[in-house]
Design a protein around this ligand. Structure first.
Ligand code: NAD
Ligand code: MG
Length: 399
């Protein structure tokens, strides 16, 4: 790796992207930005690119490129502007960069994250949907290329920190020796104690009001339904080669314990900290060194108590559906993820009641189970099934 890591941030204008740029700016002696991407908000992208001196930006189409150029206020030279999905994947594999932060939301981030994995980059993965949809393909690409895969989803980063990885970031084919179970913590979101009868009337603003974390809108809704924890169980299965029956979810409303690893001898190791994504991002950017992240002290006396409870699968049917999908196999995981993306999008734009998100996912899983699933040998197969599920789910229950 070069003396100064050159970083590509995919999804720079999002919640994870902004936190990543904050950490990078604290360490000019070892981190620099090579390229940024965004799908919208070209003014924000232009301001970010000017502030960090990015050499390249990647935008979705020519209209966005024109908006970017118009919004540019930085000192010359303007970054090179690359356009389209192909350019996004090529930039993730660009020989001029060492490290790729995959922080696009949804399966839209899969092709570029996979391109980084295939190119053997240090890959900081926030985009859990990529692993949910294409776990086997993705992990094989990491193994084949020798990429360094570092999870920045807080739970998986916590587990990574608690595993005996011996300072290596890799894609294991079996569970780490001596580990009995992985325990993923979940906050329970804004509706942990809500009366299920009130959930029909939930608004997007209520669903996005997470008690502990500030995040993008899609993952905020995912946290409210707890499908996020289900996606994370699938993510943990692939990252750590752990069978579903050895992954447990525990609700922990304070979001201080980010996850735990239980060993055969009864030891349980946990990683704690404030709920601020700059900690796992800094861990992965600096690995194996520790970098200052800007995150403040964890004042345990002020936190006062740490509570834990079993998840209520009646109240959170999406979590059960995710375990079902993981046991059923990759086509079901693709269906779960794609149906959820369609349903959350419809909910956020006022076309679907909140409680229908679980129904749409359930219906898509049944629909998928009743089809003869072809092989999922490559990215195109995954994207084709993803598109079929979206077409099916898009017609369900929409107002
Ligand atoms: P966000 O909505 O805040 O940002 C998403 C980013 O992706 C934006 O830059 C947007 O322009 C870009 N984008 C959106 N659609 C795109 C498309 N079709 N093509 C290309 N780019 C596109 O999302 P976020 O909260 O930062 O989450 C990003 C990813 O990280 C998600 O997979 C999420 O599950 C995961 N994650 C987020 C957090 C968090 O605290 N926000 C924590 C853990 C994991
Ligand atoms: Mg998480």
């Amino acid at each position: 790796m070069n003396a100064i890591q050159r970083v590509v941030v995919l999804g720079a204008t999002g919640s994870i992207g902004v936190s990543t740029l904050d950490v990078i700016a604290r360490h000019p002696e070892r981190l620099s930005v090579y390229a940024l991407s965004a799908n919208s908000r070209m003014e924000s992208l232009a301001a970010q690119a000017a502030a960090c001196g990015a050499a390249v930006v990647v935008v979705p189409d020519d209209a966005a490129a024109a908006r970017f150029r118009q919004a540019w206020r930085g000192p010359a030279p303007m970054p090179q502007v690359r356009v389209g999905a192909q350019a996004l994947a090529e930039t993730a594999a660009d020989p001029a960069c060492d490290t790729v932060v995959a922080a696009i939301v949804g399966a839209a981030g899969l092709p570029s994250a996979l391109a980084a994995a295939r190119a053997g980059k240090r890959l900081l993965l926030a985009n859990k949907e990529a692993l949910v949809a294409a776990g086997p393909l993705f992990m094989q690409a990491v193994r084949d290329s020798g990429a360094e895969l570092l999870p920045i989803d807080s739970e998986h980063n916590a587990i990574f920190q608690c595993l005996p990885h011996g300072g290596r970031a890799s894609a294991p084919t079996e569970p780490a020796a001596g580990v009995r179970r992985l325990l993923l913590t979940a906050s329970g979101g804004p509706f942990r104690r809500a009366d299920p009868a009130d959930l029909d009337a939930v608004t997007p603003a209520q669903a996005c009001a997470h008690p502990n974390w500030s995040m993008g809108r899609k993952i905020s809704v995912d946290s409210a339904t707890m499908v996020n924890k289900g996606l994370e169980v699938i993510e943990a299965h692939w990252l750590f080669a752990m069978p579903p029956e050895r992954i447990e979810v525990v609700v922990h409303p304070q979001s201080v314990v980010h996850s735990l690893v239980e060993y055969e001898d009864g030891s349980v190791l946990a990683q704690l900290g404030q709920p601020d994504m700059r900690t796992p991002i800094a861990y992965a950017l600096g690995f194996p060194d520790r970098l200052a992240s800007g995150v403040g002290l964890l004042d345990l006396a002020r936190v006062g108590r740490l509570d834990f409870e079993a998840p209520d699968l009646e109240r959170f049917p999406c979590l059960r559906l995710a375990f079902d999908a993981l046991r059923a196999g990759q086509p079901a995981c693709i269906a779960l993820n794609a149906a959820n993306e369609v349903a959350v999008d419809a909910f956020l734009s006022g076309r679907l009641p909140y409680t229908w998100i679980a129904r749409v996912i359930g219906a898509a899983l049944e629909w998928q189970a009743g089809r003869s699933s072809g092989t999922l040998a490559d990215l195109n197969d995954v994207l084709a099934l993803d598109a079929d599920v979206r077409a099916y789910a898009g017609n369900l229950g929409l107002a």
